[in-house]
Design a protein around this ligand. Sequence first.
Ligand code: GLU
Length: 467
Amino acid sequence: MSSQVVTRFAPSPTGYLHIGGARTALFNWLYARGRGGKFLLRIEDTDRERSTPEATAAILQGLEWLGLDWDGEVVSQFDRKDRHAEVAQEMLARGTAYRCFSTAEEIAAWKEAEKARGVSYPVFLSPWRDADPATHPDAPYVIRMKAPRDGLTVIRDEVQGEVTIRNETLDDMIVLRSDGTPTYMLAVVVDDHDMGVTHVIRGDDHLNNAARQQMVYDAMGWDIPVWAHIPLIHGPDGKKLSKRHGATGLEEYQAMGYPAAGMRNYLTRLGWAHGDLEIFTSEEAMAIFDLKGIGRAPARLDFKKLENTCGHHIAMAGDAALLAEVVGYLAAKDEPALSDAQRSLLARAMPFVKDRAKTFPELLEKARFALISRPVAPDEKAAAALDSVSRSILRSLTPHLQNASWTKDALEPILNQIAAENGIGFGKLAAPLRAALAGRSVTPSVFDMMLVIGRDETIARLSDAAG
Ligand code: GLU
């Protein structure tokens, strides 16, 4: 048996990609990638009523945006239904499953009778479990697995520890319905086995399923994967995460302009820790991510921390990569694309705007001076800085800029001199300059803006504002 780690993400395509699902995918991806293993993707589309191609597309788009690449083809669970049925037949042949002819009415009546006897949670015991096949009627049947009646099923979970389930609480679950379709519980196990999955890392809402699924592994004589059931994400108030806490869909975070690297970092830390390490790249995370670091208590979403983490990643990113990501962000939002000129100006502005921007909209707002074209329309606060005194100062400044060499070292003394001549501090001069150059009162440094847009554009904007 190969010792290569194989993990998988197995979403049901019934809606959008929830950030809890995205985090599950991320944990599986990190675990596999950090160990030279494989990360597989399986779409659990057996529920034909609720599964939609749009939901599948949204999941793939979300994973791609988050930068989680999977190995091989995307597996459709529905496409594998014949294989699932084949395994149900194999269980029959092995004697670990049986045909059950009990009708829904008979089962309901059986349960009523049990309740009447005082059993609060009756577990259906099929009369067909040990019936001689010679007595089988020519009638519809389901295939049920012959679950152990007594004893314990122990799930050795890397996160939850040992979880023990009394077998008498589990019924002989159906693996193949009377119409020949497999049940979800069978499909998951067959797929995980056939795909060679060695580690099942998923939400702890599936912990109870693990007990039943483990019985299928046992019934087929298959190796049981390593289980790791991770606690779900809660809202900041400690309650189960819901829309009322804020965004729950990964695509909403993309639309808010959080960088993918920041989201990966934040979601990795959401329920997993490595000492007090907070900020790391995905390569660093791959090297240290482990199942031991996953907490047993539900992690709480913390929007401040998300912003802080994303701010670090924007500041850390290379300028070219950041530009590409901003371009992708605008495209995803259906915003007008940047012209070539805007792109090259944004590239030049990047070193001056990426610090302290937590999202792409914040970065774009700081880069506004590089993206706008004349005439610059100042907002109300900026306009207030352009009174007649300031405008005449701007007018007196422009001739000095004509022949200055275009460096901060050359420009600084010129601006200081103009401020001194007018009996004002540099700060007082900066306000009308910001207004003239960017139309805003809060901007990157005046020198950085002048250097990015260049001499001609600077003089033109100052002249526009001077009137
Ligand atoms: N399809 C299941 C879900 O979306 C996951 C099943 C699994 O990971 O085993 O919740």
